[in-house]
Design a protein around this ligand. Structure first.
Ligand code: ZN
Length: 75
């Protein structure tokens, strides 16, 4: 039998940054909003006060999967 290692599946943005512990979840909606309107990510991250690269990585790499996952039922 084969197992596919998936690692940590992030469905929603974590409440706090994994590395430094800064609370970041409340900033996600604004970030998503402004980036979708075409603002550069750097500017938005700077405005939100995310200075450390651990927090910035979290935002740059995050994909909202909640809507996708919600379409599947538990077996
Ligand atoms: Zn951080």
């Amino acid at each position: 039998m084969r197992f596919i290692k998936v690692g940590v599946i992030k469905i929603i943005i974590p409440i706090r940054c994994f590395s430094c512990g800064k609370p970041v979840a409340h900033l996600w909606e604004e970030f998503k909003d402004r980036v979708s309107k075409g603002e550069p990510r750097k500017k938005v991250l700077d405005d939100l006060g995310l200075e450390r690269y651990c927090c910035r990585t979290l935002f740059m790499g995050h994909v909202d999967l909640l809507d996708t996952v919600a379409r599947f039922r538990k077996a």
